[in-house]
Write a protein that binds this ligand. Sequence first.
Ligand code: KG4
Ligand code: ZN
Length: 340
Amino acid sequence: MNILGIDTSCDDTSAAVVADGRNVLSNVVNSQIKLHHPYGGVVPELASREHIRNIAPVVSEALSRAGIGINDLDGIAVTIGPGLIGSLLVGLYYAKGLAMVRRIPLAAVNHLEGHILSILLEDKQPGFPFVALTVSGGHTSLYHVTGQGRYAHMGQTLDDAAGEAYDKVAKILGLGYPGGAIIETMALGGRDLIDFPRAQISPDSLNFSFSGLKTSVSLFVNRWYDNEKIRAEIKKEDIAASFQEAVIDVLAQKLIKAVEKAGVDSMVVAGGVACNKALRKRLSDEADARGIKFYYPRPVYCTDNGAMIALTGYYRIMRGEKSGQAEDVRSRYPIEEIRQ
Ligand code: KG4
Ligand code: ZN
C-alpha cells in the first residue's frame, strides 16, 4: 500500500512515499531556509507563496524517486495542523485535488502525531507504552503514548518552544536562521561558564518555559557587547555553550520525570531539536543510568518531513478513518482533539 505524505505546515515543502507504513521509498524536502534567512525567522506570507511554487515539483520528485506513477498511489496523507494557515492550505488543497481525481482515500494528519510516530520509520523502535518528547521550532511537549492514536498530554511549554529559543538566541548573537544547528556547532568550541536560568515552573510540573532564558541571554549579550573586559574573558562560543546547557538540563530533567511519572521503561525524542547531538548524548546517559530504553529517529525524520505524515496517514487509513473534501486546516490543533 503506497501512501503519499505531504507536509507544508511551516517553511519546508515536503513529500514522501511510504509503502505499507514501513518502507520509505522517497522523502523529498524543499527547504526555504535561504528565503527566510535575512529575516531571522519564518515570514508566513513568503512561506505560503513558496509552497505554491514548490508543491507540484516536490510531489513529482517524490513519485519519481520512489519509482512509481500517480496511478500507483493507494492513499494520500496531508498535514492539516498545527501550523501556518496559508502554508497548510497549499498542502491540503493539493492533496484534496489529487485524492479526488484519483479517487483514493485522504487522511488528514496532525503534525504533532507525525513527530511522535516518526520513530516507527526506524528499525530500532519502542513497543507501547512510551513517553515522547517532541521538541521543535513550534512545540515542546511531553506525551504518554499508549498505542496508535492514543496520546495523553503530560506537559508543554508555556511560552517559547525550545527550537524557537535556539532561533532567537542565534538572532541575538547575529548568527543567522535557523539557529539550532549553528548554536550546536558553536557550542562545541565553548565552555559552560554562565549560569543561565533553568525555569522549573514548580517542583512537580512537566511544563516548560524558555522565554526567561532567552531574555537572560539577551541581557547578558547587551552587557557583553558593551564591556571589553567581559568580552576578553567570555567568547561567543561560551555563551552558545552555556545557553545550550541550560536548555538540555531542563529537557532532560522533565523527560526523565515524565517517564517516571508514567511508569514506562521507554522514551522517545523527536522534532527538529532532537537532531542535536549534545541533547541525544545527555538523554542517552540519563536513560542508561536508570535502565530506561531510549529511541530517536535519524535527523531527516526529526525535522519536518513527508515520511512521518505518510506513516501516520497509513495507520489512520488502515483503521478505516477517511477524511473528506470538507476537511479544513487548523493553526492550533492540540493532540487531544484528534478524531479517533
Ligand atoms: O521540526 P522542525 O523541522 O520544524 C518545526 O516543526 O518547528 O524543527 C525546526 C527547529 C528550529 O527551531 C531549529 O533551530 C531546530 O529545530 N533545530 C535544532 C537543531 N537542528 C534544528 N535545534 C538544536 N540543535 C540542532 N542541531
Ligand atoms: Zn515539526
